[in-house]
Design a protein around this ligand. Structure first.
Ligand SMILES: Cc1cc2nc3c(=O)[nH]c(=O)nc-3n(C[C@H](O)[C@H](O)[C@H](O)COP(=O)(O)O)c2cc1C
Length: 189
């Protein structure tokens, strides 16, 4: 099929009853499913990891060793939204994935840990709404980013964010965004 640059294998869906998040929570299962997909795919294979793990570095390494060409970090966080008056969930299921601005600090930490654990590119995804958010993801080790929830609030979000990023790079004298990749400085104590 023309027009597809890569496949992204989602091993981290928190919204299905079985076979979603389980794959991404266990390094052996991660390796099995990534190997199986690697064998049948002729395009680059990205693996989308779950944020709900004790050590994302272990899962990231399993996905890389099984043939993942890049890792997307990360999916949503299982959460609840409750209407106390009706005693019911406000969403279709009892729980659902939390996304958007609230998750950015947690996902930044995961991108940082995953990028230290592997050599393949890490794609940051979680709460990006501005050009500054993108630069933060690069500083902790991302090589690229994706935007999810911001598109629901504003279908033009990506156009705005890219324009915002260009202006920010220009005003901050950043000639090449890759100069920021993994440039996190150690704390002075
Ligand atoms: C309504 C909605 C549907 C989603 N569906 C999928 C999906 O089908 N597959 C997937 O890998 N991630 C899915 N996600 C997760 C997003 O791709 C993304 O990983 C997550 O929302 C974090 O990024 P964000 O904060 O920019 O939205 C969905 C997110 C939302 C809010």
């Amino acid at each position: 099929m023309d027009g597809l640059a890569a496949y992204e294998l989602n091993i981290s869906c928190p919204n299905v009853a079985c076979g979603g998040i389980q794959f991404g929570s266990n390094p052996q299962m991660t390796a099995q499913v990534v190997s199986a997909a690697r064998r049948v795919s002729r395009r680059p294979l990205w693996v989308k990891l779950s944020p709900n793990v004790a050590d994302i570095g272990v899962i990231a390494r399993a996905a890389e060793q099984a043939g993942g060409d890049a890792l997307t970090v990360a999916n949503t966080y299982p959460a609840m939204s409750i209407d106390f008056r009706t005693r019911r969930s406000r969403i279709g299921n009892p729980t659902g994935g939390l996304s958007g601005r609230a998750i950015k600090p947690i996902t930044l930490r995961l991108v940082h840990e995953a990028s230290k654990a592997v050599g393949v590119p890490v794609i940051g995804l979680g709460g990006i709404e501005t050009g500054e958010d993108i630069l933060e993801y690069f500083v902790v080790g991302a090589s690229a980013v994706q935007v999810g929830t911001a598109n629901f609030a504003d279908p033009n979000a990506c156009v705005r964010i890219v324009s915002d990023l260009e202006k920010l790079c220009s005003s901050e004298n950043i000639n090449n965004i890759n100069d920021l990749r993994g440039a996190l400085q150690p704390e002075n104590h």
